[in-house]
Design a protein around this ligand. Structure first.
Ligand code: FES
Ligand SMILES: [Fe+2]
Length: 390
């Protein structure tokens, strides 16, 4: 047991940032937030699937009504996986000996046992919500907070286009969160392979950096020149919101990226693309573009990227992700952070770690953590400093 009053060794503090299990400080902290767990179109009514989130194996299913439910991953009888059974009505039945479970986790039938067995058995059950093409779950136990923090105006525009995407990457989630707060990487990583329109838009100049804590997370200001100031808001604990040029002449696209831990060594990147209403032709073009290129996951091209230097051509759905993949996976599944040499370009990384350590300390000490508010505005395009500073 750690004595909360004694300072922990720095290396232990670094490793704590990577841990997602239910008994860890970070795992407890992350469970205080609704987390995306799967694409909404990955489960049809009357079907079930396995999901792994925050190091827990769970069963996600839609009842016959279409309503989604999330319950424990294993049947408590002989511990086989529950998603391999059948959804019956709003309940799920185990494939092995037919025990049946309600969405509340309560066992409602144990056919081969005597009367009275089922009522004594209960498995985990978690609230789940469908939003912006994703399922979000609350794994915190007790009463779930209102589904509010994940909501964003750009995802709720009447007539707007919203497309959700999933990319599992085999590395720790915190590499990816840190990458979001590292504006300098853009000047190098996104010039790897072919730079594309995104690379051209940001230029290779090294930005001057400023970070401040907000009600929602961290505001990052990267100043590359008087006329190129990029302000972006990162939302605690694992959401980044950027805006990118999609297709030439079409509106820019908001991209909401969640770096959602599957477990300590794997992360699900959920990306939600959103385009404003009022331009059905642009929507159709983006949909078609997504149909052609959106199935890409850099992990399927690991050898090309790491050993052959072969990058994909398509800039927004393939290349930028592949570039980030190379930089973050290159650090390893876990990185030996004790061996890092941080510099002034890592101000965002340092800011971010301090924020997490502060919140984890509060969790461990049983004190209230910060009450984060949802981000109600979109990110800002690069613009002249006098305007950006408003
Ligand atoms: S293992 Fe599920 S009913 Fe036996
Ligand atoms: Fe990047």
């Amino acid at each position: 047991m750690n004595d909360p009053s004694s300072p922990m060794a720095h290396s232990r503090r670094l490793r704590m940032l990577n841990e997602t299990g239910p008994d860890t400080d970070m795992g407890k902290l992350l469970r205080r937030f609704w987390q995306p767990i799967a694409l909404a179109n990955s489960v049809e009514p009357g079907k079930s699937r396995a999901v792994r989130i925050l190091s827990e194996d769970l069963t996600l299913y839609r009842g016959a009504s279409g309503k989604p439910y999330l319950v424990g991953g294993r049947c408590p009888h002989r511990l086989t996986r529950l998603h391999t059974g059948w959804v019956q009505g709003e309940e799920v039945r185990c494939v092995y000996h037919g025990w049946k479970f309600a969405a509340s986790g309560q066992c409602t039938e144990a056919p081969a046992e005597g009367a009275g067995t089922a009522c004594k058995i209960r498995i985990a059950s978690y609230p789940v919500r469908e939003y912006a093409g994703l399922f979000f779950a609350w794994l915190g136990g007790g009463e779930a907070p209102e589904f509010d923090l994940p909501r964003k105006p750009v995802l709720e525009r009447e007539g707007g286009l919203v497309i959700a995407r999933e990319q599992p990457w085999p590395c720790n989630w915190f590499h990816q969160v840190e990458n979001s707060l590292d504006a300098v990487h853009v000047s190098f990583v996104h010039h790897a392979g072919k730079a594309g329109p995104f690379g051209q838009a940001i230029t290779g100049a090294i930005p001057r950096l400023a970070y401040e804590e907000t009600d929602s997370g961290i505001r990052q200001t990267a100043t590359r020149s008087e006329t190129n100031v990029r302000v972006s808001d990162w939302t605690f604990p694992n959401n980044n919101h950027i805006i990118i040029p999609a297709l030439p002449g079409d509106p820019w696209v908001d991209v909401v990226v969640y770096m959602s831990p599957i477990d300590d060594g794997n992360t699900n990147r959920f990306l939600i693309y959103s385009m404003p209403a009022g331009n059905p032709e642009a929507h159709a073009r983006f949909r078609e573009h997504y149909r052609m290129y959106g199935g890409y996951n850099p992990v399927d091209h690991h050898d090309d990227l790491f050993n052959k230097g072969v990058y994909p051509e398509e800039p927004i759905l393939q290349l930028t992700g592949a570039q980030d993949y190379v930089a973050t996976l290159g650090q390893g599944v876990f990185a030996d952070r004790d061996g890092e040499r941080l510099g002034k370009s890592d101000a965002g990384v340092v800011f971010l770690r301090r924020l997490f350590w502060r919140e984890m300390d509060l969790v461990r000490e049983g004190k209230p953590t910060k009450q984060w508010r949802r981000l109600d505005h979109s990110v800002e395009l690069p613009k002249p400093k006098s305007v950006a500073a408003e």
